[in-house]
Design a binder for this molecule. Structure first.
Ligand SMILES: [Zn+2]
Length: 107
């Protein structure tokens, strides 16, 4: 019954996870392209590309995280894990804060 909403939630979750992993790996790789703070990067062009990919991936992670934080419950239509007016967080993110619908439940 709520399969479409949960699919959307999972998509944000997966994209956010990919963004976090790619961002950390890319920015970490940029650190190895420096020669140890002597001002002579080993591969400056590759560093800019990896740095850009890393920053964009981290931004994608934050965007997906925010989409998940303000995900609307498919049963009650309110924020799944946020209180009134979008403030406060659920202590149990596996259930809707308002109607107690379990995450990924069908009914
Ligand atoms: Zn709800």
């Amino acid at each position: 019954m709520y399969a479409q909403a949960w699919t959307q939630f999972k998509t944000w979750n997966r994209l956010g996870g990919i963004g976090l992993i790619v961002g950390i790996v890319s920015i970490g790789a940029v650190a190895f392209l420096d020669d140890g703070a002597h001002g002579r990067p080993i591969a400056p062009r590759l560093g800019y590309i990896l740095g850009g990919i890393g920053v964009l991936s981290i931004l994608m992670f934050f965007y997906c995280w925010m989409r998940q934080q303000y995900f609307l419950c498919p049963r009650c239509g309110k924020c799944f894990s946020r209180g009134p007016m979008g403030f406060g967080m659920s202590m149990n993110p596996r259930r809707c804060l308002h109607c107690q619908l379990k995450l990924f439940a069908d009914t």
